[in-house]
Design a binder for this molecule. Structure first.
Ligand code: UDP
Ligand code: MG
Length: 305
């Protein structure tokens, strides 16, 4: 049984030695037949040199070098495409996903009762605000998504070849991998863990990147935003029918007064509701546009085998 591990790397020069040391140690506990596929996602620091340096010591490390920064969902996708293992794991490159857990994931897969095993976070040790925002996202996502995806689950996972092939067949450009991984079905299990905070360096997923990921997740896996448009539109029509009949009645009995405030308020309100939903429709059009452009999800500059 060969094991592949995919790790996206973006400006992690300070971490790489420790990361690879711990990862290699954990994998050796499972099997000597493994490969670690590090995807350099257009790092601007010494990450790539550090990786090639380490590769001299440990040839089971492979490096996929992307032509620029494509974002970590694309980087994972690139690495998965190069993985040759029977079991393939995904792990962040900042040791927030403890590699020692692959031992348990591997055990669950070898029982033959599971095809996909993901890490379920019991708790997290990140900054308070980030934790709250992420909790909020997971609550909304698991409520709204049409795939009943579990909450508090990220990329950290391992799957067998059958599941991976199905996963690689999903070619959409706006990617939210935990959702796609759940979408493919198969028999999915999990191991629980406490997610520690990043030990070294800054989070590379800043607020706007996380926000984009959250939108990708919601718009790809939920009909609610577009459905809200016509539900609120319908309520508005009912409301205005009621309002109009009162107005017409008052006009008929000659009780009409100059309603400056009410007119302005309703214009303001309806104007902004329309703008808001125009924006939602725009999100969908943008996503359709991106899909039809059909650009590659990632571009590889070099593969260090
Ligand atoms: N990462 C990447 N490309 C990016 C941003 C991040 O490959 O554009 C990598 C990063 O090096 C790390 C992993 O993705 O290995 C997760 O990033 P980070 O720790 O910043 O994300 P968070 O913990 O906030 O989800
Ligand atoms: Mg992190």
């Amino acid at each position: 049984m060969k094991i592949s591990l995919v790790i996206p790397i973006y400006n992690e020069e300070l971490l790489i030695d420790r990361l690879l040391e711990e990862t290699v140690k954990s994998l050796k506990q499972i099997s000597e037949d493994f490969e670690i596929i590090c995807v350099d996602d257009g790092s601007k620091d010494e990450s790539l040199n550090k990786l090639s340096e380490y590769k001299k010591k440990e040839p089971r490390i492979k490096v996929v070098v992307l032509s620029r920064n494509f974002g970590h969902q694309a980087a994972y996708t690139a690495g998965l495409n190069y993985a040759k293992g029977d079991f393939v794991g995904m792990m962040d490159g900042d040791l927030q996903d403890p590699p020692a857990l692959f031992f348990d994931m591997n055990n669950l897969l070898t029982t033959g009762n599971y095809d996909v095993v993901f890490g379920h976070r019991k708790g997290r040790k990140e900054k308070f605000i980030k934790r709250i925002v992420i909790l909020f996202f997971h609550k909304i996502f698991s409520r709204l998504s049409n795939i009943n995806a579990p909450a508090n689950v990220g990329n950290f996972s391992m799957m067998n070849r059958k599941a991976l092939n199905a996963f690689l067949n999903l070619q959409e450009k706006n990617r939210y991998l935990p959702g796609l991984r759940y979408f493919i079905g198969f028999r999915q299990g999990f191991v629980e863990y406490e997610r520690p905070d990043r030990q070294i360096g800054e989070a590379k997923m800043n607020f706007s990147r996380l926000f984009k990921l959250a939108l990708d997740a919601l718009f790809s896996f939920s009909k609610i935003p577009i459905r809200l448009c016509w539900i609120i539109g319908l309520l508005g029509i009912l409301f205005s029918l009621g309002g109009s009949s009162i107005v017409i009645y008052k006009k008929l009995i000659g009780d009409a007064i100059s309603g400056w405030a009410s007119i302005l308020v309703s214009i303001y309100f309806l104007g902004s509701v329309q703008l808001f939903f125009l924006g939602i429709v725009g999100e969908y059009i943008h996503r359709i546009f991106v899909e039809t452009q059909n650009r590659p999800i990632f571009i590889v500059r070099e593969f260090l085998d």
